[in-house]
Design a protein around this ligand. Structure first.
Ligand SMILES: NC(=O)c1ccc[n+]([C@@H]2O[C@H](COP(=O)([O-])OP(=O)(O)OC[C@H]3O[C@@H](n4cnc5c(N)ncnc54)[C@H](O)[C@@H]3O)[C@@H](O)[C@H]2O)c1
Length: 403
């Protein structure tokens, strides 16, 4: 495997890191865009977009040309065995994450995998274990919870860590979409439990749960949940097929700090296209975030005299704000796709510096435990699930990967 540093840890290695990416549809396009532009804005180690992998040779060849990859291939196993591949970026559906990531880590490749980490808790545990083993050999791994890289949310985390909200009492997190409102919308892999693991739960509650953990730097101890499928059969290539995942999910999470978070996600919230809203309430202040205005953060400082209080709109576009010094002059707003550029930047920087990027596979496993607990709770009429006991029982060596 190439290293961006020589053995003395100081001299830049002349050979660029070779990147392979698996999957070239939605996330493949978003990640390709980030790989293409990251070095134009951030100081990252040299790399090459070496090979793009898909199933259809013509389709993947056309995508490789369009998205800036030097080559294309259809066999991911052969690609991760290549000596000129150092990084594997997994943008394939959830059912493939564990197999590819573990094989790539065992082959000594740094791995970035899209969220959620896996389809099942068992897969996520195996992946986190593989990441721990690989880490001892200097091999890095990260999960693609890209909303951590929205500058406004990175700022929110800083403000909370600095105590500007005081003691956080509760969080409201809602991620609502409507692409499944129509009962005639056809089956896709996303509606099949074996392929996707779960529905709105794994797909978008994973993001909101990761945000709760990220923003509060917290740990969840109790979970109650409910999932629901409104349309149970949808047209597929062989006629009507069973939908085996949830359309919407609800959860309340208790954190070790005593804070409580409510999480609400749906793919049938008519009119909501990709609405991620977060509200964090502390005893000294509050924060509001809306993805549709992602350059802004609402902040109320409750330590000010009451007559001066009110939510102020922080335009998170100053060079002092996270990631923003690399982009445009103040007020020249950025968009959703920039989160992936920031993600790739942080991943490459960690590889160069020999540090552990976050969110780690251990962080992804923490989210997966909560997703599993939501399903378990839902199946037991929303019974409260104790997560620490639960996790310890399931994973005797539950040390966080970064520990
Ligand atoms: N971070 C985000 O905001 C975000 C958004 C959407 C999806 N995702 C995640 O990204 C991942 C992929 O989702 P997507 O929306 O891009 O899916 P998609 O269906 O748009 O694309 C999946 C890709 O995987 C490829 N693929 C499938 N089987 C393959 C195989 N055997 N070998 C090689 N390639 C194969 C397909 O050809 C396709 O290019 C999922 O884990 C999903 O949860 C993340």
């Amino acid at each position: 495997m190439n290293s961006p540093e020589s053995t003395d840890g100081t001299t830049p290695h002349p050979t660029p890191l070779g990147v392979a990416m698996i999957g070239y549809a939605f996330m493949g396009k978003a990640h390709s865009n980030a790989w293409r532009n990251v070095a134009s804005y951030f100081d990252v180690p040299a790399f090459e977009q070496r090979v793009l992998v898909g199933r259809d040779s013509e389709g993947v060849a056309a995508a490789a040309k369009k998205y800036g990859w030097a080559e294309s291939a259809t066999d991911w196993r052969a690609v991760i065995a290549r000596d000129d591949v150092d990084i594997v970026d997994i943008c394939a559906p959830g059912w493939m994450h564990a197999e590819i990531a573990i094989a790539a880590l065992e082959a000594g490749k740094h791995v970035l995998v899209e969220k959620p980490l896996a389809n099942t808790l068992a897969e996520a545990e195996a992946m986190a274990a593989a990441a721990r083993t690989a880490r001892e050999k200097g091999v890095r791994s990260m999960v693609g919870f890209n909303y951590r890289r929205v500058p406004a949310l990175a700022l929110a985390r800083e403000l909370i860590a600095e105590g500007r909200l005081g003691t956080v009492r509760h969080v409201r997190a809602a991620y609502l979409q409507d692409w499944l409102v129509d009962p005639e919308s056809p089956m896709t892999w996303r509606l099949n439990k074996e392929a996707a693991g779960s529905g709105a739960l794994g797909d978008i509650a994973s993001h909101t749960i990761d945000q709760v953990l990220f923003l509060l730097d917290g740990q969840v101890t109790e979970v109650s949940g409910r999932t629901h499928t409104f349309t149970t059969r949808r047209p597929g290539p062989r006629g009507l097929e069973d939908v085996t995942v949830d359309d919407a999910a609800w959860a309340t999470l208790t954190l070790a700090s005593g804070a409580v978070a409510s999480v609400e996600v749906s793919r049938v919230a008519t009119g909501q296209k990709n609405s991620l809203k977060l509200e964090i309430y502390g005893d000294k202040g509050s924060i509001l975030f809306d993805l549709e205005n992602l350059n802004e953060l609402g902040f109320l400082d409750a330590t000010l005299p009451v007559r001066e209080q009110g939510f102020r709109r922080i335009l998170v576009n100053e060079p002092e704000h996270p990631y923003m010094d690399a982009w445009w002059p103040q007020g020249h707003v950025i968009g959703w796709e920039h989160t992936f550029t920031h993600e790739i930047r942080d991943f490459l920087t960690a590889i160069k510096d020999g540090t552990d990027p976050a969110p780690s596979f251990g962080d992804g496993l923490a989210v997966q435990r909560i997703l599993a607990a939501v399903e378990e709770s839902s199946a037991a009429k929303s019974t409260l699930i104790q997560l620490t006991t639960h996790a310890a029982a399931l994973v005797p060596a539950a040390a966080p990967e970064g520990a």
